[in-house]
Design a protein around this ligand. Structure first.
Ligand SMILES: [Zn+2]
Length: 305
């Protein structure tokens, strides 16, 4: 039995077919963790779809209504860069419910893990870059509403800048946004996070981990009550949409640093998986599975695993 729950729902699959975004990866991660004996069926919990009440703390009602009723404009669908379907909308609602559940679990288990979510390019009134609903922002607002937290830290290690996160929390002193990304990549316009670590093309493990440690040190002085870790797999050297050069080992090391930073100071960590577009989808799945492994290693001494 794992010391934390894996939040997952078969409906996470956005049903995109042949698309650079391998939306079947959520099921593959689930299956892989089971097949290799890392997890057993009891370790998984299914979320419910996020409620309007939660979503509307972040998003504009018109956007959510058009999304749910299939009345988005062509331009809105183009910006999303994924085909519209009812199943796609349901997947975003489930993933958002999953991030809320993972965040609540983090207070009980020290780590909460959503095998989904991390849709950091969603804005209050529009979606873009494969992201329609900002699950992490919705979860932060839910926790604040419940009175569980005052301050949240978002550690975004996806290779792409967290533009939606930065825009949603601009000027909000209760949320510190940290984005570590390849500068010369999507999105072209990068509204400032509180801490932006702009990386040049081709950065490899040592420099990346060094910059991450430095940024985390500054960010932790904010005194967050929870860390939301957006653990994108796309800084990987063989990613089709990323231009950094991290190895699989380097990425796992990255995960360890984030978990140890949180747990070492008794700050719970809620994980979302975010992007990952390796030429070989097995690599993307392996990187995400390693994040779960890193969480267990940080929670349980090696001798007891
Ligand atoms: Zn990404």
């Amino acid at each position: 039995m794992l010391p934390f729950k894996l939040v997952y729902h078969p409906g996470y699959d956005l049903n995109l077919g042949e698309h650079v975004f391998p939306s079947r990866k959520y099921r593959l991660i689930h299956d892989h963790l089971l097949d290799e004996g890392f997890a057993d069926p009891m370790d998984f919990v299914e979320p419910q779809a996020a409620r309007d009440e939660d979503i509307l703390r972040v998003h504009q009602p018109g956007w959510i209504q058009r999304l749910k009723t299939g009345t988005l404009t062509n331009l809105e669908i183009l910006r999303l860069e994924i085909p519209y379907s009812k199943q796609m909308v349901e997947a975003f609602l489930l993933a958002t419910g999953g991030t809320i559940l993972a965040a609540r679990n983090a207070f009980r288990d020290r780590v909460g893990f959503n095998i989904g979510g991390g849709f950091h390019h969603a804005f209050p009134g529009h979606g873009e870059g494969f992201c329609a609903i900002h699950d992490v922002a919705v979860a932060i607002r839910a926790l604040q509403h419940e009175g569980r937290i005052e301050r949240a830290l978002v550690v975004d290690c996806d290779v792409h800048h967290g533009n939606g996160t930065a825009a949603i929390f601009a000027g909000d002193r209760s949320v510190l946004t940290l984005s570590m990304h390849q500068f010369d990549n999507y999105p072209a316009e990068k509204p400032p996070s509180v801490i932006d670590v702009h990386l040049r093309d081709g950065v490899s493990d040592a420099e990346y981990l060094d910059r991450l440690r430095g940024a985390l040190k500054v960010a932790m002085s904010f005194g967050p009550n929870i860390i939301f870790y957006i653990a994108g797999a796309d800084p990987y050297e063989d990613d089709q949409l990323g231009g950094l050069s991290l190895t699989m080992e380097g990425l796992k090391h990255r995960d360890r640093i984030v978990f140890e930073t949180g747990l070492g100071t008794s700050v719970p960590v809620a994980v979302t998986v975010a992007g990952g577009y390796a030429r070989n989808t097995d690599d993307t799945v392996a990187i995400h599975c390693n994040t779960a492994r890193a969480a267990r290693e940080a929670l349980v001494p090696e001798s007891k695993q």
